[in-house]
Write a protein that binds this ligand. Structure first.
Ligand code: UD1
Length: 335
C-alpha cells in the first residue's frame, strides 16, 4: 500500500518523505513545483538510497488527483500542499482561500471516491490566535489572525465536519509550532526561493553575509530579554511526528488535533546567541519596531502527542542551528 504525500517536495513534506521511506513505507509524492523544484526528488533519493515516485499535479485540477488514485493503491494521505506566507495571504486573500481550500476539497472528494479515509493534515499553531496563555493545549478555543491562518482553521473545521458525518474517517490535525533545522546530511533543507518570512532563513542570510543585519521585531515585550518566545522544533522531529500520526490514523477513527512542538520556549535573542556559539558565525542585528500580528509567547503543551502518538521531540536548539547552517552552506550559490 502506498502513502500519498501532497506537497512532498516542500520543506516539511520532503523531510517527512525521507522518514516514511526510512520506516519502510512506499510513497508517492505530488507537488505542483510552485514553491519547490524537481531537484528535491534527487535529494530525497540521495538521502534514502531509494527511488521515489513523483508526479507533478496541480491540485486545483481534480481530474489530475483522480489519476494518481487510479495509478496507485493509496492507503492514506499526508496533505502538506498549500500556501503558507502570512504577508502574502493578507495581500492576496482570495489566492490563499482558493488554493488552500479548493485543493483540499478536491483531495477529500477524490479520497471519498476511492474510499481512502485516513488523512494526516498539515495545520499550524497559528489556529490558537493571540489570546491564549501558553503552554497551548489542543482543546483551547481557536481563532486565526490572517487569511493564511483562517484557511488552516477553516480546513480543520471542514475536516471535523467530514469525520462527524463519516465515522469511518480518521484525521490527524498537525499543529506545528516553529520548524527549523535541516536533514543532518546537509542534502535536504528549506530551499530559499522566496524572500524569507520566518526567522531562521533571515538568520542564515545574515550569517552568510548576504544581508547586513537581522532585524528583530520588538525588544520591549514582557519577556526576560524583551524579544518574543517561540517553540522551535527540528524538522526531523516534526517529520518523525508525521510517521507516528500516520500509524495513529491507521489504527483509529475520528478527528484529533496534535501539537507538534518541543514544549520548550526560546527567545529570538537566545536563538541568535545559540546560533553564534555553535556555528562560530556573527549575526549582527538591530532591534526595530514590533511586527504587527506577532504574539509574545508561543509554546506547545506536548502531553497529548506524547500520550497518544508516543512521540516526543529529541533534538535540541543547538542541533537545529548547526543543521540549518550546514544545509545553508551546502546550497550557497546553488539556487
Ligand atoms: C509565523 C506566522 C505564523 C505562521 C508561521 C509559519 C506571523 C505573525 N506569524 O509565525 O502565522 O504559522 O510563521 O511559518 O507572521 N522575527 C524577527 N526578525 C525576522 C523574522 C522573525 O525578529 O526577520 C521574529 C518574529 O517577530 C517572531 C519570531 O522571530 O517573534 C519568529 O518569527 P517567524 O519565524 O516569522 O514565526 P512566527 O511569527 O512564530
Amino acid at each position: 500500500m502506498t502513502i500519498l504525500v501532497t506537497g512532498g517536495l516542500g520543506f516539511i513534506g520532503s523531510h517527512t518523505v525521507v522518514e516514511l521511506i526510512n520506516q519502510g513505507h512506499e510513497c508517492v509524492i505530488i507537488d505542483n513545483l510552485s514553491k519547490s523544484t524537481i531537484d528535491v526528488v534527487n535529494r530525497i533519493e540521495m538521502v534514502t538510497h531509494k527511488k521515489v515516485s513523483f508526479i507533478k499535479v496541480e491540485m486545483l485540477d481534480k481530474t489530475a488527483i483522480r489519476k494518481v488514485f487510479q495509478q496507485f493503491s493509496i492507503s492514506a494521505v499526508i496533505h502538506f500542499a498549500g500556501y503558507k506566507s502570512v504577508g502574502e495571504s493578507v495581500k492576496q486573500p482570495l489566492l490563499y482561500y482558493q488554493n488552500n481550500l479548493f485543493s483540499t476539497l478536491n483531495l477529500l472528494d477524490v479520497m471519498q471516491e476511492f474510499a481512502v479515509k485516513k488523512l494526516v493534515f498539515s495545520s499550524s499553531a497559528t489556529v490558537y490566535g493571540d489570546t491564549s496563555i501558553p503552554p497551548l493545549t489542543e482543546n483551547l478555543p481557536l481563532s486565526a489572525p490572517n487569511p493564511y491562518g483562517r484557511s488552516k482553521l477553516m480546513l480543520e473545521e471542514i475536516l471535523r465536519d467530514l469525520v462527524e458525518a463519516n465515522t469511518e474517517w480518521s484525521v490527524a490535525l498537525m499543529r506545528y509550532f516553529n520548524p527549523i533545522g535541516a536533514h543532518t546530511s546537509g542534502l535536504l533543507g528549506e530551499m530559499p526561493y522566496d524572500t524569507p518570512n520566518n526567522l531562521m532563513p533571515h538568520v542564515l542570510k545574515v550569517a552568510s553575509g548576504e544581508s547586513a543585519k537581522l532585524q528583530i521585531f520588538g525588544g520591549d515585550y514582557e519577556t526576560l530579554d524583551g524579544s518574543c518566545i517561540r517553540d522551535f522544533i527540528h524538522i526531523m522531529d516534526l517529520a518523525k511526528g508525521h510517521v507516528k500520526a500516520l500509524q495513529y490514523v491507521e489504527q483509529h477513527t475520528g478527528c484529533e488535533a496534535f501539537n507538534i512542538g518541543t514544549g520548550v520556549g526560546y527567545s529570538v535573542l537566545s536563538l541568535l546567541r545559540t546560533f553564534e556559539i555553535v556555528t562560530g558565525e556573527k549575526v549582527p542585528y538591530e532591534i526595530i519596531n514590533r511586527r504587527e500580528g506577532d504574539i509574545v509567547i508561543s509554546i506547545a503543551d506536548v502531553q497529548k502527542a506524547e500520550n497518544m502518538l508516543n512521540w516526543k521531540a529529541q533534538y535540541q536548539l543547538e542541533d537545529m542551528c548547526v543543521d540549518s547552517w550546514r544545509w545553508y552552506q551546502s546550497i550557497k550559490g546553488y539556487v
